[in-house]
Design a protein around this ligand. Structure first.
Ligand SMILES: Cc1ncc(COP(=O)(O)O)c(C=O)c1O
Length: 384
């Protein structure tokens, strides 16, 4: 049996409709969007529009022109942070962050003189809201954090953070890399004014897709400028969205595939996907916890998690060796290492082991596959 458990990196498989729509587009249409004035070009425009519409429905966004496409969530976060922050601004974030938020912030600290506060979460990944509130000061402009940790799957208190941001008139940027498509997200209810998403994980689209929702009233400096297919005479980027932030030919084939992934999710319903994943998370945590000497990082409460589980046999075997053995002897694909999140490993206690083995579950995994992983881990442990 071959099992893919690296869905926190990118989801696989994708629904059949995703391959089919990309293939159809490449074979039968294949033209650029936002440029031509012939029938096929209009059809490409329509397909891109449909993806924006589906994303707007998924995240409860009213104005779909305010969803701009990027190549991934990393680019979306870069656009939000570099487009918003100026010298002297202060940003509050968490100690669970992926490098996608941490590195642009550190770069801006060095190059633009912004200030940052990384609020320490406890070992279970709980973010102390009182400390977030206490960190707010005169020059605080933004709260920026991930929705769920890509190391321990821990869900951050996004609603409460959104309320705080609202109360103190701050912007609120959320990195939904591990939640979009698998956990309900509503930009209005959660007071999110900058929502960054990636297309290739829970949204079930292809790699090379992602985007940023920018609430009305926020003007970010574009990350890249160039041709947008409109207002070509002007020396400067257009003011209208999404063109302002989509210079260069967009990834039409990818966006078509992303639209198919999001439509699949809308049809199933995020609630149903979450319910099924919760069952898997609960089962995996329960069974993993029975394995002697296995340390599972973070909370064991499935309700507080998405389908990302990190563990180690700590001193007994290095995570790379364990992941290698799972792959070579059992065809089980997991991720090993720091997962681009050294801060999170420091927070949860796995940094001293240079990271962890990470299982990333998806809607397409089964309990039988988890049983197989458990069996493999028990056998490997026994032979140590
Ligand atoms: C929380 C988080 N943020 C950002 C990223 C980066 O995603 P991407 O490579 O699609 O930009 C990931 C995944 O790798 C992630 O898990």
């Amino acid at each position: 049996m071959e099992v893919y458990f690296d869905n926190a990196a990118t989801s696989y498989p994708k629904p059949e409709i995703v391959h089919r729509k990309i293939f159809d587009f490449m074979k039968n249409l294949g033209v650029s969007a936002g440029r031509g004035a012939y029938k096929k070009a209009f059809e490409a425009d329509r397909l891109v529009f449909e993806t924006r519409k589906s994303l707007a429905e998924l995240f409860n966004i009213d104005d779909l022109t305010r969803i701009v496409f990027t190549h991934n969530v990393t680019e979306a976060i870069n656009l939000a942070l570099k487009g918003l922050l100026e010298s002297g601004d202060h940003v509050i974030t968490s100690s669970l962050e992926h490098n996608a938020i941490r590195r642009p912030l550190k770069e801006l600290e060095r190059e633009r003189g912004i200030e940052t506060t990384f609020i320490e979460c406890d070992q279970q990944g709980n973010l102390p809201l009182a400390k977030v509130e206490a960190a707010i000061k005169e020059n605080t402009k933004l709260i920026a954090c991930l929705h769920a940790s890509n190391v321990i799957g821990k869900l951050l208190p996004i609603r409460e953070l959104g309320q705080l941001a609202n109360e103190f008139n701050l912007h609120f940027l959320v990195d939904t890399a591990q939640t979009a498509g698998v956990y309900p997200i509503d930009v209005k209810e959660m007071n999110i004014d900058l929502l960054a998403f990636t297309g290739h994980k829970g949204l079930l689209g292809p790699t090379g897709t992602g985007g940023l929702y920018i609430e009305e009233g926020i003007d970010l400096a574009p990350l890249r400028t160039g041709g947008t297919g409109n207002n070509a005479v002007s020396e400067y980027p257009p003011a209208d969205l999404p063109n302002r932030y989509e210079a260069g030919t967009i990834n039409v084939a990818g966006i078509v595939g992303l639209g198919a992934g999001v439509d699949y999710i809308l049809e199933k319903g995020v609630a149903e996907i979450r319910e099924y994943e919760l069952e898997l998370i609960d089962y995996a945590l329960t069974e993993l916890a029975k394995i002697e000497d296995l340390t599972i990082y973070g909370s064991l409460n499935p309700e507080q998690r998405v389908g990302v589980i990190s563990f180690n046999f700590e001193e007994l075997i290095n995570h790379h060796d364990l992941a290698h053995q799972l792959d070579s002897e059992y065809q089980l694909m997991v991720r090993a290492g720091l997962h681009c999140s050294p801060l999170a490993h420091r927070t949860v206690g796995s940094f001293e082991f240079e990271g962890s083995v990470r299982v990333g579950l998806s809607y397409f995994n089964t309990k039988e596959e988890i049983d197989y992983l458990i069996k493999a881990l028990k056998e490997i442990k026994q032979a140590l």
